[in-house]
Design a protein around this ligand. Structure first.
Ligand code: NA7
Length: 556
């Protein structure tokens, strides 16, 4: 006996191994996608390669790992009960607490029964005859799905650097993005950290406290602002909660980056030196990412940007006692904010410790790793353990690992060979009923990820419900709408200072990866409005086909 499925509107969902929706990944995006689709009563299967839910927070367990968005804002807003009952302990939640929250959400909303852990999706092939996706998983199983949602995360494909001799190193090697689940103790060891992005900057002060000697290998110095992390008091939490309706509304509709903060109405050059400096000083003391919103033109005007960059460079010189080390730590090859700005606890001060050394590998490159040392042009640095804080194949890396084949057998990797192409960051032409959450071409990593995740999940859910209500079978981006969107994303990026940095936003950290500015920088409020307008015009720019009679259920 077959039944019309409430979500898909077709019949296949009733049989085993046939789902309406397959979701890839059980991080914050995959979990909320499941929850929302459950609300529509559909059959959903989530596959997660990790041993538990949490996505990036499951993998990134390195010392000092915490979110750079304040915890009261880096949290789901879809459930009033959840946001009122969960007690964040610190201004910036540490990784274990965020993981605990993810687990709490999985239990509270009873999500686990539809999540299959320890299972990678290896392949997804669109069948033109049935208009279903055939999905192959790492346990050798094959299922079908009308829709596939890639909730694979933007910073989930950890990148091992291609350094000669690395496999011959005799000590332990750790990647920050694939940190072991057992405790790692560096006490008494000589440790080398390669990489000074956010993960390096967060972990260095903690590793320095344990290691007998820590050598930090820096290719590009980064701008970092003090986090000023602290315990949250009950009063602070209550004040936030009382204001949640306005905070969440602002983050969704008005903020550029999905974070509730003041919106500056002046440019940096509108103030004189003293006023400007005192404003930067106030933000430096407050701490956190909002340093960049002191003025409204730091991201677009180089002269304005220089004033903020100079301020931070001066701070580094004040904090770091050895002038040579301070100079090497001062970023000088990109505008502040054009690489994701870091926030830290005592990063620069850590270089005042007698057991910490900084090696500039731009002037003194790493030649190879030997059995017990990092060999640079100038000599060997003996180490017992290596920490690779070398980042991720960002935004496209995890999607590229899946063999995705759309119409005419075209793979997504072939289509994206010159850089990712999407319409609204949500779909790619030629790949019907395949959605991407926070994909390239959407604000994604330029925003508070949870705000962007919730927006995409709600939009995709609305779309699936619409298709069912209208008896529609497939939906896909029209090539011309996609081309226009790609051009728009690029055009907006070019009006900013972002493309001036060799960043992972540009794919510049991966040798051979096409250099295209991947996220949409128009702001989350503007972007949400665009997506809503598209939906309200009957999904303008998307081609939709009606279900064929053969697909209707025979008899019940
Ligand atoms: P990032 O920000 O990509 O940082 C990686 C760091 O590793 C960065 O300093 C790189 O230098 C350096 N790197 C990368 N490859 C090499 C090689 N081969 N040799 C030496 N140094 C290298 O990753 P994170 O994990 O720190 O942070 C990612 C995001 O997670 C962060 O922005 C937050 O949003 C959270 P480079 O700058 O490329 O010269």
């Amino acid at each position: 006996m077959s039944a019309v499925h409430p979500v898909s509107g077709n019949c296949h969902a009733a049989s085993a191994g046939a789902y309406d929706v397959v979701v890839v990944g059980a991080g914050f995006a995959g979990m909320y996608m499941l929850h929302r689709l459950r609300g529509q009563g559909g059959s959903v299967r989530v596959y997660e390669q990790g041993g538990d839910v949490g996505g990036t927070w499951y993998w990134n367990r390195y010392p000092g790992a915490r979110c750079d968005v304040e915890s009261m804002q880096y949290s789901y807003s879809f459930s009033e009960e959840l946001q009122q009952e969960w007690n964040w302990s610190e201004r910036y939640a540490p990784q274990p607490e965020i993981l605990k929250y993810a687990n709490h959400v999985a239990d509270r909303f009873d999500l686990r029964s539809d999540i299959q852990l320890n299972t990678r999706v290896d392949r997804a092939v669109f069948d033109e005859a049935t208009r279903l996706w055939s999905v192959t998983t790492s346990d050798g199983k094959n299922v079908t799905a009308k829709y596939v949602v890639l909730a694979t995360g933007c910073l989930s494909n950890a990148r091992m650097p291609d350094i000669k001799g690395l496999p011959d190193f005799k000590g332990k090697v750790y990647h920050t993005g694939r940190w072991p689940h057992e405790p790692v103790d560096f006490t008494g060891l000589r440790v080398g950290v390669i990489g000074t992005g956010s993960s390096g900057i967060q972990s260095v002060p903690i590793i320095a406290e344990q290691a007998s000697q820590l050598t930090v290998f820096q290719r590009t110095p980064n701008f970092s602002i003090p986090a000023r992390n602290a315990l949250l008091t009950a009063e602070e939490r209550e004040a936030y909660r009382a204001k949640y309706p306005e905070i969440r509304r602002f983050a969704r509709e008005e903020a550029r980056n999905g974070i509730y903060t003041e919106m500056p109405d002046r440019g940096a050059l509108d103030d004189g030196d003293n006023v400007r400096r005192s404003k930067y000083q106030a933000r430096w003391e407050r701490g956190g990412l909002t340093f960049m919103s002191v003025y409204n033109n730091l991201g677009v005007d180089k002269a304005a940007n220089d004033t903020a960059a100079d301020f931070v460079r001066d701070k580094i010189a004040e904090i770091v006692r050895d002038p040579e080390t301070a100079k090497r730590l001062q970023p000088n090859n990109h505008p502040i904010g054009s690489k994701r700005i870091c926030i830290d606890t005592d990063y620069f001060a850590t270089f005042n410790r007698p057991n910490v050394a900084l090696v500039d590998i731009r002037t003194n490159p790493i030649e190879e790793i030997t059995a017990n040392a990092v060999r640079t042009k100038a000599g060997d640095y003996e180490v017992d353990a290596l920490v690779l804080a070398t980042g991720f194949d960002a935004m496209t890396g995890s999607v590229a690992k899946i063999d995705i084949r759309g119409r005419d057998g075209q793979t997504l990797n072939q289509k994206w060979a010159e850089g990712p192409k999407t319409y609204l960051g949500l779909m790619s032409a030629g790949f019907p009923n395949l959605f991407i959450i926070t994909g390239p071409g959407s604000p994604s990593v330029l925003s508070n990820m949870i705000v962007s995740i919730e927006q995409h999940v709600d939009w995709i859910t609305g779309c699936i419900v619409y298709m069912r209500a209208h008896g529609l079978d497939t939906m896909e981006a029209k090539p011309n709408a996609e081309d226009k969107w790609v051009a728009h994303v690029n055009e907006v990026a070019q009006t900013t200072l972002y493309p001036q940095a060799n960043s992972w936003y540009m794919g510049a950290n991966i040798p051979g990866k096409p250099q295209i500015f991947m996220p949409y920088i128009g702001g989350v409020g503007v972007y949400r409005q665009i997506c809503n307008d598209v939906a309200s015009k009957g999904y303008e720019g998307f081609a939709m086909t009606a279900a064929e009679p053969a697909q209707q259920c025979a008899a019940s």
